[in-house]
Design a protein around this ligand. Structure first.
Ligand code: PLP
Length: 223
């Protein structure tokens, strides 16, 4: 079942769109199924759960942290994490930078935007993104291991297609604005991570090049 869903999604995704399979609340055996179907990019949203899985699984997996991250937990993941997609403050950036230096590892990160209606969702308001990037650039020489790859966002949880597409479009506009502006000399700023089980096809049509799909592939989560 997992393998079939992966094949189905892969067949529909344009080649330049990266698929991250989100495995939160799913066990090691199910993750192996996805791994054996060729997936190497996996997403988890909680540090503790991620830590309980990492050593049980192959080392060539690229782990992406997609949920909100407390500063005091950064140190647990810096030895192995591939990307952190939920950076939403200077303080969090600085702690990751400090730990990346200690671990001698390059860590990719995305800034998380808050676009959705729900106030419970995390992320930066759009107007704060460019100022934060400027501050990060000023401190960059002290953080040689950090690589800003792009933006991540979640749309409102609604089946109102126009609303969801409109939110994705806003994220794409900001992404393009930054790419043509302050990030113009940074070809590595190339990732727009948006789209989940219920909205990934809209996200891709609106310009996403990284989707994070959990339940559609892995099955319903048992909370
Ligand atoms: C859980 C989660 C996903 C995947 O959600 P599904 O609806 O199960 O596909 C994607 N992104 C983030 C940030 C998540 O927390």
């Amino acid at each position: 079942m997992i393998q079939e869903r992966i094949n189905e999604v892969k067949a529909l995704l344009p080649k330049d769109v990266t698929l991250i399979v989100v495995t939160k609340n799913h066990g090691i055996e199910e993750i192996w199924e996805a791994y054996n179907a060729g997936i190497r990019d996996f997403g988890e949203n909680r540090v503790q759960e991620l830590m309980s899985k990492v050593n049980e699984l192959p080392q060539d997996i690229r782990w992406h942290l997609i949920g909100s991250l407390q500063r005091n937990k950064v140190k647990y993941i810096t030895p192995f994490i591939h990307s952190i997609q939920s950076v939403d403050s200077l303080a969090l950036y600085e702690e990751i930078a400090r730990r990346a230096r200690l671990a001698h590892r390059q860590i990719d990160f995305l800034l998380e935007l808050h676009i959705a209606q729900e106030t419970s969702k995390a992320g930066l308001p759009l107007i704060e993104v460019e100022p934060l990037i400027k501050t990060i650039m000023e401190r960059e020489k002290d953080a040689p291991y950090m690589r800003l790859r792009g933006l991540m966002t979640m749309a409102t949880n609604t089946n109102n297609e126009e609303e969801v597409r409109g939110e994705f479009r806003k994220a794409k506009e900001l992404f393009d604005y930054l790419r043509m502006g302050i990030m113009a000399h940074r070809p590595e700023f190339d990732t727009l991570s948006m789209g989940m089980s219920d909205d990934w096809n809209w996200a891709v049509e609106e310009g996403s090049n990284m989707v994070r799909i959990g339940s559609y592939i892995m099955g319903a989560r048992s909370y």
